[in-house]
Structures are given as structure tokens and as C-alpha cells.
Write a protein that binds this ligand. Structure first.
Ligand code: DUC
Ligand code: ZN
Ligand code: ZN
Ligand code: ZN
Length: 486
């Protein structure tokens, strides 16, 4: 069915302009003024509101088994709640069980995601190394996966050592895939947890004390150097502190493609939550990395403006208060994770655009376009243009809302943004050309989401590698060159 969004101001990452948007069969077919309307097409009157490309949240954990329990948001509830907040695609973390093959895990995640109501893709985690893993990574790439995740924390569970990082990064380079890291030094975290427990610190305040910015900075810097040695770009998930932002900025200034992803939670909530007298309030906010001080927050906002940080995500990993109670007498057992899928865009608009910290174009870049480019799905996603998927948000900058767990669409029984008043909210969301959110209500269809295949990024990587080889040989290449010099 065709449909036209009329009378809005289209905002893309590069510019904004008045235009109508014509949609047919799930795609945008034309963008312009006075478009001829096919007979029988439906009209959405944007009434001067902004018309944005649907958001992409590149970091979620639906139904993930973790820390002795399983995250409760599933692919149906997660993709539904995100549509209410203007996000039309998520990229979830596919986590192989111990020794499970990567492709079996991918099958398992594809199966779980069949009930999704909007589009999705996966990063696949590499948590140990063998020749078979190298083969399985290639098989994943053949199936539309172009990114692999590495946990440098969670000792005894998911944590990888430098051998795995070096081998997997090298393999990513061969395959044209992007390595992602959760950057925290898991050994240091484990030692500090042990010390804190020995001192009798068992509550949520211990969580933040055991994971200071230095553990994140150490791991991020190590990953950046390993990415340089192996000649591969790098994406650092949930960049939460000044030190990591500065390491990324330095690496970029030095010619490395390194990307940083602050979470909406880290941009707007601070470490004081862990000192709350209410255990449940504090535990509900336990995630890794923990929330930081205002100084770190400022650095993250500055990075979004400067372009040294590119993407705002959520790491949506939902645990109820009952699940959090697994760590009632030991903070190291509180399942790590918070929600934000539905709130990411409204909170970023309110705290970013309304405050003048971001322009609407920068908002679009950091919620959609940049990650579409980084993950090689642009311009299918991330832009309002003919040929793109019709994932569109009519954004009403005057709409107000008070965020609450009593009205959100997530399965969570808490909301870390509880009570926050935001101005700027989706009036209408389209997913693949279908109206899924309008007048404050969802109209979704189980199973209507598609798996979005992401092709490998080899051509760009090779171009980058050649440029590097001509101008600034990698350390290994430099050695080879020296040996060849007569
Ligand atoms: N951090 C979280 O808080 N939850 C899921 C995994 C992670 O790294
Ligand atoms: Zn499995
Ligand atoms: Zn993580
Ligand atoms: Zn995560």
C-alpha cells in the first residue's frame, strides 16, 4: 500500500528541508515537494513536524542468558517498545554458549528473533579461539554478519585474553568485519571485587567502586593498540568515561578508524544512584560499565559534538527487581543491565537538542546515520531518501511526556529514567512502510521484522590498508620493509 507523509521537515544527517515522503511496498520511493499522489494512498499530515530516519539501536541483549538468569525483554516486546520511542531497528548480541559453534548460536538467535515486530541484526560474540572459530566467523559473514563482539571483562565466563583478541581481530580484517569490544579489564575488576567484599562492602555501591574508569581505559587502550597492530577498525561499545573518549580521539587523530558508543544512560544518569538508601533503586541501575560522574558525562557530550564519539546506544539488558535480588547480599551477583530502548531517542532529544548541545541533524547522525554507515547498511537504513527502507519517524518537538514504568512498553518493572519529563516525542512511527505507532498507541504484528543482512566491508578496509601501507606502514610491515632494505 502506498502512503505519503506530507508537510514535514525532513531531517537527514547532512541537512534539513521541507519535503513530502512517498512510500510504497515498504520503501521510500520519492522525497520532494508537490509529489504526485498515487490514487488510494493514505496521507499522514506531519503538520510542520520533523521527519527523521528511524533510529537504530546497535547494542541490545534480548533474552540473553547472563549471570545466572535470562534477560526478560524478548524480541517481540523489545522491538515493540523501541517503535514507541522512534527506533526501528536493533542489533542484538548473539552469544554462543560455552563451546557452541558461532553458526549454531546464530541459528538460535535467528529463531528467537522470528517474533520481532521490526527489523533486527546481530553481532556474534567470540569468547574463545580455535581454527574452527576462524571458519565459523567466515560462515557468519556469509550469512550477513559483519561484526564480532569481544568481552574483555567477566572473568571466568565471557572474558577473552589478548590471544583471542589478536587472532579474532586479524580474522576480522581478513573477512572485512568489524571487531567490537566491551572494554573493561576483567582481571582488575575481579581483584577489586574480592578486596571490597573482604572489607565487608556487599551493596550496590561496591559495583561502581570495583569498576573505576581506569579499568575501562586500560582495556580500551589495549584494544586500540591491538587494532592498530592487526590493521583493523575498532568499535568500543558503551564508552562511559573521559579517558576512553580521549583514547579514541587520539587514535582517530593518528589515522585509526576507532568508533565510540556512549549510552543514553551514561549521558544522563550519574554515579550517585549507587549510594541511594533503597537497595532496589540502586540495584536496578547496576550495569557495566557503571554510571560515572558529571565530568565524564560532559566529556561524552563533547565527543558527540566533536564527532570523536559517533553513536548513542542503550545496551538494553532487562532484569526485574526479582532477578536483581540474586545479588542481595553480594553486589558481584547482581545481574548487570538496564533498559532504555524506548527512551533513547526522546531523552537524547530532550537533553541534547532542547539544550542546544546537538542540532537535529547531529541527533539523526548519532541515533541512526552514523551506525548505518559503520555497519554497512547505509543507505538502506539511516536516511530519508528514495530507495531506503521506509523506517520513518514523524517527530513532534512540542510533545511532552513523563517517563514511567507504569506507561512504558518494556517488560521491565522499573525505568531508570522514571519521572523524567521530556519534550520531543514520536507522533508517528513507520516500520517498513507500515504505521506501527500513532496517537500514543502501538499497532504491531508479531513476526513482521526482517533480518537485515550486512555485507562485509572489505573494499573500504582494503583501501584503508593500502593507504596505510603507502604512508605509514604498520609496525609489522615496517620490520619487513627494514629487512628488505639493502
Ligand atoms: N553490561 C551490562 O550491563 N549488561 C550486559 C552486558 C554488559 O556488558
Ligand atoms: Zn544456542
Ligand atoms: Zn558490555
Ligand atoms: Zn552489552
Amino acid at each position: 500500500m502506498s502512503l505519503v507523509v506530507r508537510g514535514g521537515i525532513v531531517v537527514n544527517a547532512d541537512r534539513r528541508f521541507e519535503a513530502d515522503v512517498l512510500v510504497d511496498a515498504g520503501k521510500i520511493v520519492a522525497v520532494g515537494q508537490n509529489l504526485p499522489m498515487p490514487t488510494g494512498s493514505e496521507t499522514i499530515d506531519a503538520g510542520g513536524a520533523f521527519v527523521l530516519p528511524g533510529g537504530i539501536d546497535p547494542h541490545t541483549h534480548m533474552e540473553m542468558p547472563f549471570m545466572g538468569t535470562t534477560a526478560i525483554e524478548d524480541f517481540e516486546s523489545g522491538t515493540a517498545c523501541m517503535l514507541a520511542g522512534g527506533t526501528t531497528m536493533l542489533v542484538d548480541m548473539c552469544l554462543p554458549a560455552s563451546q557452541e559453534s558461532l553458526t549454531d548460536a546464530l541459528d538460535h538467535w535467528l529463531d528467537m528473533a522470528r517474533k520481532a515486530v521490526a527489523d533486527y541484526s546481530f553481532h556474534v560474540a567470540v569468547t574463545w579461539w580455535s581454527d574452527r572459530v576462524a571458519q565459523q566467523m567466515a560462515a557468519c559473514v556469509d550469512r550477513g554478519i559483519n561484526s564480532f563482539k569481544h568481552f574483555m571483562a567477566y572473568k571466568g565466563a565471557l572474558m577473552v585474553d589478548d590471544e583471542v583478541l589478536f587472532q579474532s581481530f586479524s580474522r576480522c580484517r581478513e573477512l572485512g568485519a568489524l571487531p567490537l569490544v566491551h572494554a573493561e579489564n576483567g582481571e582488575a575488576v575481579f581483584r577489586m571485587q574480592t578486596q571490597l567484599l573482604a572489607q565487608g562492602i556487599t551493596g550496590p555501591e561496591g559495583h561502581a567502586l570495583s569498576r573505576p574508569p581506569e579499568v575501562e581505559a586500560e582495556a580500551a587502550t589495549r584494544a586500540i593498540m591491538l587494532a592498530k597492530l592487526t590493521g583493523v577498525p575498532l568499535y568500543i561499545v558503551h564508552t562511559s568515561c573521559r579517558q576512553v573518549h580521549e583514547a579514541i580521539a587520539r587514535a582517530r587523530a593518528d589515522g585509526q578508524r576507532v568508533y565510540g558508543e556512549p549510552l543514553i544512560q551514561h549521558l544522563t544518569l550519574d554515579e550517585s544512584v549507587y549510594r541511594d538508601v533503597d537497595w532496589s533503586f540502586a540495584a536496578a541501575r547496576v550495569m557495566s560499565p557503571p554510571f560515572r560522574s558529571k565530568d565524564h558525562q560532559k566529556s561524552l557530550w563533547d565527543g558527540l559534538l566533536a564527532g570523536s564519539l559517533q553513536v548513542v546506544a542503550t545496551d538494553h539488558c532487562a532484569f526485574t527487581i526479582e532477578q536483581k535480588k540474586l545479588g542481595l547480599d553480594n553486589f558481584t551477583r547482581i545481574p548487570n543491565g538496564t533498559g532504555g530502548l524506548e527512551e533513547r531517542m526522546p531523552v537524547l532529544w530532550d537533553q541534547g537538542v532542547n539544550t542546544g548541545r546537538l542540532t537535529p541533524e547531529e541527533f539523526v547522525a548519532t541515533t541512526s546515520t552514523n551506525i548505518a554507515r559503520i555497519l554497512n547498511i547505509y543507505p538502506r537504513k539511516g536516511v530519508i531518501a528514495a530507495g531506503a527502507d521506509a523506517d520513518i519517524v514523524v517527530w513532534d518537538p512540542a510533545a511532552t511526556k513523563t517517563i514511567s514504568s507504569s506507561t512504558h512498553h518494556s517488560k521491565l518493572d522499573v525505568n531508570v529514567f522514571e519521572g523524567m519529563e521530556v519534550k520531543g516525542y514520536p507522533a508517528v512511527t513507520l516500520s517498513n512502510g507500515r504505521i506501527v505507532w500513532r496517537n500514543g498507541s502501538l499497532d504491531v504484528e508479531r513476526g513482521r521484522g526482517h533480518f537485515v543482512e550486512r555485507p562485509p566491508m572489505a573494499p573500504a578496509f582494503i583501501a584503508q590498508a593500502l593507504r596505510n601501507d603507502q604512508t605509514r606502514p604498520s609496525p609489522v610491515q615496517r620490520q619487513v620493509n627494514l629487512q628488505q632494505t639493502p
